[in-house]
Structure formats: C-alpha cells, structure tokens
Design a protein around this ligand. Structure first.
Ligand code: NAD
Length: 361
C-alpha cells in the first residue's frame, strides 16, 4: 500500500515537472548532479530552430528546487526570443547552479558543470550571468569548447554589460523619438533602478548626453559611487515608481512592472535592462498601453550582451558588436510601428516578429 502511494506521489511530481516543461515548449531539460563536488544544476534548452542554444549560467541560492526550475525555464525561453528578434542564428538556453556563489563556488564545482555542458555536444553554449564571472568561464573552457564570455586576454569578449547598456540606451532613444518626435535625451529626467554593471554604464551614456539622472539601489556603496562619478541624484528605492520623470529604467530585478507599480507610474517611457520586467506579459503589457506609457520590450533592448558573445563565436570584434547593437534603435521603432498599426502591445508586436523567425508563422 505504501509502495503504491509512493509511486502515485512520484508520478504526480514527474507530471508537474513535465507540465512546466511542455507549457513553455522546451526541447530538453537536463538535471545535473555531481557527487564529488556537490554540484546541483539544471540546463534548459528551450528551442534550437535557429541555431544552438546560448545563454548564461546563473548561480543563485534558490529557496527551493522548484524556484530554480521555474527560473531556468523562464530565462531560457526569453533567450530564444532575444536571439530571434536580434536576427542572430542562435536558439535559447540557460543554466542555473543551485548554491551561494560567494560560499559554494570553486574550480572543481564549476569544472564539473563544464563537463555537463560538454556532454550536450554544442546544443547548449554557456556564458556568464548573475553569480558567475569570466574567471568561471575560463574554468569551463578547460572542459568544453562550448563556452563564451571568456576574458579579453583569451580572445574572448569580456564583460558584456557595457554593450548591453549601449543597446538599452539605443532602445531608450528610439522610444524618445516615438514619444516626442526627436531622440535627444538632453534635459530629460530618467530614473535608473539598480546601478550595477549595466545600470552604471547606462547612467554614463545618459549623463554624457545631458539627461537629469536619478539613481536608486539597495547597495549603498554602488549607489554612492555612481552618484558622485556621474553627478546623479540619489532617491529612496520605494520612491522610484511614483517619481515625476520622463523615463523609468528598470536595471535591477524582473517583474517590477505589476499592477501595484504600474498604477503609480507617471513616466512616459519604460526602457531598461532587467529581464522579464512584466510580471504578466499580457495583463501588464496592456495596462501600460492603456495608461499611454510606451514600453520598450526588455528582451529586445537588452540584447547587446548576447550580440557581444555571439560575435565571440566567429572571432570577437568589438566594433562589429557595437554596430550590430546600434541596430536595436531601428528594430525598436519597427516594433512601435507594428504595435500602433495592429493595436497590440509592444510586447506582443516584438514576440510576433520573433515567432515568425522561430516557427515561420
Ligand atoms: P548587477 O547585479 O551588476 O546589478 C544589479 C543591481 O541592482 C545591483 O547593484 C543590486 O544591488 C541592485 N538591486 C537589487 N535589488 C534592488 C532593488 N530592489 N532596488 C534597487 N536596486 C536593486 O546586474 P547587471 O549585470 O547590471 O544586470 C542588471 C539587470 O539586467 C539584471 O536583471 C540582468 O538579468 C539584466 N541583464 C544584464 C545583462 C548584462 O550584460 N549584464 C544582459 C541582459 C540583461
């Protein structure tokens, strides 16, 4: 009796994992465990129609394993759309390592993960993400050739963040053009939420053009550094949504565009680097449209980092990567045109264009 119950219980678990995988149409999900190093990782390959899947490896102390699975499934799907809308011949994939990157990370653990990447024979190519660095990519490169984001000294593309920020800046300028008829950010008020790797570079581009920039972060050191370096004004994290600004740039976390926050927004444009900004793609995309707030889809305007590592696959050329990232400006304007003509949200417009490339319809 106990055995039957246990079988039923394990079937239920298997079903729920498969229902998550099939609902987002993933091709393959690999659960990795290494007894020696204690590695626990998940690699998710969402779609390889346009090419091998590429996406970073995130190391994070998840509250539970289901959160890790949900994260890797959502992020890998996002990579498929990001590659497709950017015109890259890549599919979407992502990996998560469960653990605290500050305490649990070491060469042996990362190399055991690298062997799992290698076992996929190029169906998944990795790169850095939150909790991993170019140094970790060096360790992975000892085990597999399917790795990008290597240090510049090794012929790699190094830190992708400045290129990501440049793409966000291009997307923001295209949004300004759509809203106000010209793309100058001079004199515009912008609040940047999160002044980490991408946020800091974005603040630099904006202040150089004469924008009035407000910054917020939960890391006081990063905040003080960016504020003094670029003469930006510090604001409290909880004031960010209700601020009377022209642009809100989410550069910290996902899901910051939800019912509670959208109700407070006074800005004309949302354009930032964070992945999965809309808590619910349909509901909150529509809410923004109804409020008359122009939303620059995150997976389109934050693609500079992916464009940068893609360039590494062919022999890295920084100037080429920047030029291709600049093209985000034109694609963003095309998305706005389609959204207006078809009375759909900008998120829907961007997804439809990506899906046409991925699925041919
Ligand atoms: P980061 O970790 O360097 O910076 C994030 C910053 O946000 C940190 O300084 C952190 O303290 C701050 N933060 C966290 N919670 C906050 C909160 N509640 N309020 C205010 N600030 C908060 O990360 P990053 O590389 O700059 O990336 C920023 C975002 O852009 C992430 O969502 C990331 O997934 C996305 N992204 C990054 C890249 C890239 O090239 N680095 C590419 C695409 C997308």
């Amino acid at each position: 009796m106990i055995e039957v119950k246990e079988i039923k219980k394990s079937e239920a678990t298997a079903n729920s994992i498969f229902s998550q995988i099939t609902s987002m149409k993933h091709e393959q999900v690999v659960f990795c465990y290494d007894h020696e190093t204690g590695l626990k990782a998940i690699i998710a390959i969402h779609n390889t129609n346009l090419g091998p899947s590429l996406g970073g490896t995130r190391m994070w102390k998840y509250d539970n394993e289901n959160d890790a699975l949900t994260d890797v499934l959502r992020l890998s799907r996002g990579m498929t759309y990001k590659a497709a809308i950017s015109g890259l011949n890549l599919g979407g994939g992502k990996a998560v390592i469960i653990g605290d990157s500050r305490k649990d990370k070491n060469e042996a653990l990362i190399r055991s993960f690298g062997r799992y990447v290698n076992s996929l024979s190029g169906r998944y190519i990795t790169a850095e993400d939150v909790g991993t660095s170019t140094k970790d990519m060096e360790y992975i490169a000892k085990e597999t050739k399917h790795v990008t984001g290597l240090p510049v000294a090794m012929g790699g593309s190094g830190d992708p963040s400045p290129v990501t920020a440049y793409g966000v800046y291009m997307g923001m300028k295209a949004s300004a053009k759509e809203c106000w008829g010209n793309d100058s950010m001079n004199g515009k008020k912008v609040v940047v939420q999160g002044v980490g790797h991408v946020g800091e570079s974005l603040v630099k581009f904006l202040t150089e053009e004469g924008a009035k920039v407000y910054v917020t972060d939960i890391n006081q050191d990063a905040l003080n550094h960016v504020a003094s370096e670029f003469k930006a004004e510090i604001i409290n994290p909880e004031k960010v949504y209700a601020m009377d600004v022209d642009v809100y740039a989410p550069c910290a976390l996902g899901a910051t565009l939800n019912t509670a926050t959208i109700n407070q927004l006074k800005c004309a444009i949302v354009a930032g680097s964070a992945n999965n900004q809309l808590a619910d793609e349909d509901v909150h995309g529509k809410m923004l449209m109804e409020k008359g707030i122009l939303y620059a889809p995150d997976f389109l305007i934050n693609a500079g980092g992916l464009i940068n590592v893609y360039s590494e696959l062919k022999g890295y050329n920084h100037a080429d990567a920047m030029k291709q990232t600049e093209h985000i400006y034109d694609v963003t304007l095309d998305i706005f045109k389609k959204s207006k003509a078809e009375k759909i949200t900008t998120q829907q417009a961007a997804m439809q264009i990506a899906e046409k490339r991925i699925y041919g319809k």
